[in-house]
Design a protein around this ligand. Structure first.
Ligand SMILES: Cc1cc2nc3c(=O)[nH]c(=O)nc-3n(C[C@H](O)[C@H](O)[C@H](O)COP(=O)(O)O)c2cc1C
Length: 359
């Protein structure tokens, strides 16, 4: 079916096509009949994975950036994903960079984006995850809503990750405050959190991957996590997402900081600033490249990371997972989970089921 739909979507501006797809998934996920139909069509065999103290129904997840504001979690979960990572969420709402900011490189099966964290902000996303937070200003002062019955928390039927980022106007020296606030806001409603210090489209963000800066940031997040743990009576796993453009020494330093500060996992990789092997006209656009040309680099970073981590914490592989063969290779290398984004754009939603069936 996606083969019929793809040419129509590819005629549209990429961001417009994406918004339409997300709206459709959101609608379809919220009506019981369409939700049930999708679950039937995309049901995946059970291939459970245990990682970070969580049980994933299969190792295939949706990478961050697809559903930045948590609008279509039920619909996305019905596509068979073992986990869905929403975000990047920033504390305050922000518009991101001016459009056009997403480009399809069809002949390369790739995408370049320079979105720059458009986000409706933490409060909006929290309300998608827990409707009870939707209090008016009087109720907020009171701290509860008199007369209103508590609504049950939505059940996602998938593991829900929330990817966290700082606002554009927050200087790096104060970035920790943004991440701490986000950790507090999402500790009670997410299954795991990802600290994103690797998007290439927020100026200076990636310098937080340096040993000293990363260790300072993660130490404080770990302290806050211990505090939240007492409130919610569960350990909230924290993962760190790294860029593919770190050299070996930089990667080693980031991994050391992650292990030293008792983080629970690493996601490699985010998009690259490199353009190796890219032929399309859009190759000159600035931003992060994803999809097929990222496969080789992401695999190399994965292998290096797995070796360094030496089994201490699970490693999640993202970047150029375009088909079941790619996914299987990553898991054979030792990745605990894989994540897809650009593969979905080119292959459609059946990719998830195809991968899980092939494992
Ligand atoms: C349009 C677009 C937006 C993205 N936004 C985010 C984001 O907000 N946060 C993030 O951590 N990664 C983001 N990513 C990166 C993906 O999560 C993923 O790491 C990367 O695209 C590599 O995987 P892929 O080759 O399967 O797409 C985005 C990717 C794309 C294509």
């Amino acid at each position: 079916m996606y083969n019929l739909l793809r040419p129509r979507l590819f005629d549209m501006d990429p961001e417009r096509a994406h918004a339409l797809t997300l709206q459709t998934l959101s609608l379809a996920g919220n009506f019981p009949i369409s939700h049930w139909l999708m679950q039937m069509m995309y049901s995946t065999p059970s291939k459970p994975v245990h990682a970070f103290g969580l049980t994933f129904k299969n190792p295939v997840g949706l990478a961050a950036g697809y559903d930045k504001d948590g609008l279509a979690i039920r619909g996305l979960s019905a596509l068979g994903f073992g986990h869905v990572e929403i975000g990047t969420v920033t504390p305050k709402p922000q518009p991101g960079n001016p459009s056009p900011r997403v480009f399809r490189l069809v002949e390369d099966e790739a995408v370049i984006n320079r979105m720059g964290f458009p986000s409706r902000g933490s409060e909006f996303v929290q309300m998608q995850l827990d409707p009870n937070l939707n209090l008016n200003w009087i109720e907020r002062i009171l701290g509860f809503s008199p007369g209103k019955r508590r609504k049950p928390r939505p059940k996602w039927n998938t593991i829900l990750g929330v990817n966290l980022g700082k606002n554009k106007d927050t200087p790096n020296e104060e970035a920790v405050l943004d991440y701490l606030a986000l950790l507090q806001n999402f500790a009670g409603v997410a299954d795991y959190l990802t600290v994103n210090v690797s998007s290439p489209n927020t100026v200076g963000l990636r310098s937080l991957q340096g040993r000293e800066a990363l260790e300072a940031l993660l130490t404080q997040l770990h302290q806050q996590r211990l505090y939240e743990q007492r409130t919610y009576e569960k350990r909230i796993p924290i993962l760190v997402k790294l860029a593919p453009d770190l050299n070996d020494a930089e990667l080693d330093e980031a991994i050391e900081a992650i292990l030293h500060t008792r983080m629970d996992g690493i996601i490699v990789t985010n998009t690259t600033l490199g353009r190796e092997g890219v032929r399309s006209n859009h190759r000159g656009e600035s931003g992060g490249l994803s999809g097929k040309p990222l496969t080789v680099k992401s695999e190399a970073v994965l292998l290096h990371t797995i070796k360094r981590v030496n089994g201490e914490i699970p490693v999640v592989s993202a970047g150029g997972v375009m088909n079941p063969v790619d996914a299987k290779r990553r898991l054979d290398f030792g990745a605990a989970l894989v994540q897809v984004y650009t593969g979905l754009v080119y292959r459609g939603p059946a990719l998830v089921k195809e991968i899980v069936k092939a494992l």
